[in-house]
Design a protein around this ligand. Structure first.
Ligand code: PEP
Length: 252
């Protein structure tokens, strides 16, 4: 059976009070769901609040970013050790907003992945081309470069789980998702890159997600594709009803 995951990226949204409200709703709506695996990634300021509310449910806690050093004079940064200490299990790395606004290069993504994995966090690695890349017909070259540089030197035989989200930049927050067929085409390409790098066996540990304007009315098309194992959801994860509906429609 295909293993599935739905992860919500709240981005820079929700005060602590609002995060508590949203999480409490989610626990009521999807707290018992085991398949798909449900992950929420609140802002750092609400990680403890969210952790306390989801602790007796099946919902898992994720973060939206981290720095690769363990501690030290890095004002404003958060380490994998710190994330672990608040019960975090997943961490989004290389989101296009971090790449675009905060200068996150493939080399930095690689360092973050290594640090996350060293400390037992499961990375949700984001890759995807821009509209310009797509117009130039180089989407696969871009994604290949991002994947290969990100996983350089990693030992996936040592981890239990690893997540890659294909998120075309032009589809994020635009209401203009990729077609399910295009998502499947790129995700099966990513799968082949990972098989080349790590062998067939590691695929049991990997979730391959699609992200970009996923909503309750389009999730079914994505998850019915043979290689797509769920979604990374931005905007629609801010509404408990919408997110719960996406989770429900991803049950296989
Ligand atoms: C995201 O930020 O990862 C994302 C996919 O956003 P949205 O669902 O809003 O397009």
């Amino acid at each position: 059976m295909k293993r599935m995951m739905i992860a919500g990226n709240w981005k820079m949204n929700k005060t602590d009070e609002e995060a508590i409200e949203l999480t409490s709703e989610l626990v009521k709506l999807v707290g018992d769901v085991k398949e798909p695996k449900v992950v929420v990634c609140p802002p750092f300021t609400s990680m403890r609040s969210v952790r306390d509310i989801i602790k007796d449910s099946n919902i898992c806690l994720g973060a939206q970013n981290m720095f690769w050093e363990e501690s030290g004079a890095y004002t404003g940064e958060i380490s994998s050790l710190m994330l672990k200490s608040v019960g975090c299990r997943y961490v989004i790395i290389g989101h296009s907003e971090r790449r675009g606004y905060f200068g996150e290069t493939d080399e930095k993504v690689n360092k973050k992945l290594k640090s996350a994995m060293k400390h037992g966090l499961v990375p949700i690695l984001c890759v995807g081309e821009t509209l310009g890349d797509r117009d130039r017909g180089i989407s696969k070259d871009i994604v290949k470069g991002q994947v290969e540089k990100a996983v350089k030197g990693l030992d996936l035989s040592q981890v239990n789980e690893f997540v890659v989200a294909y998120e075309p930049v032009w589809a994020i927050g635009t209401g203009r998702p990729a077609t399910a067929e295009d998502a499947e085409d790129m995700i099966s390409f990513i799968r082949s890159l990972l098989v080349d790098a790590f062998g067939d066996k590691v695929m049991d540990k990997i979730y391959l997600l699609y992200g970009g304007s996923v909503k309750p009315d389009n999730i079914a098309e994505f998850v019915s594709q043979p290689t797509v194992q769920g979604a990374l959801v931005g905007g629609a994860s801010l509404s408990a009803d919408k997110f719960a509906s996406i989770v429900e429609k991803s049950k296989v």
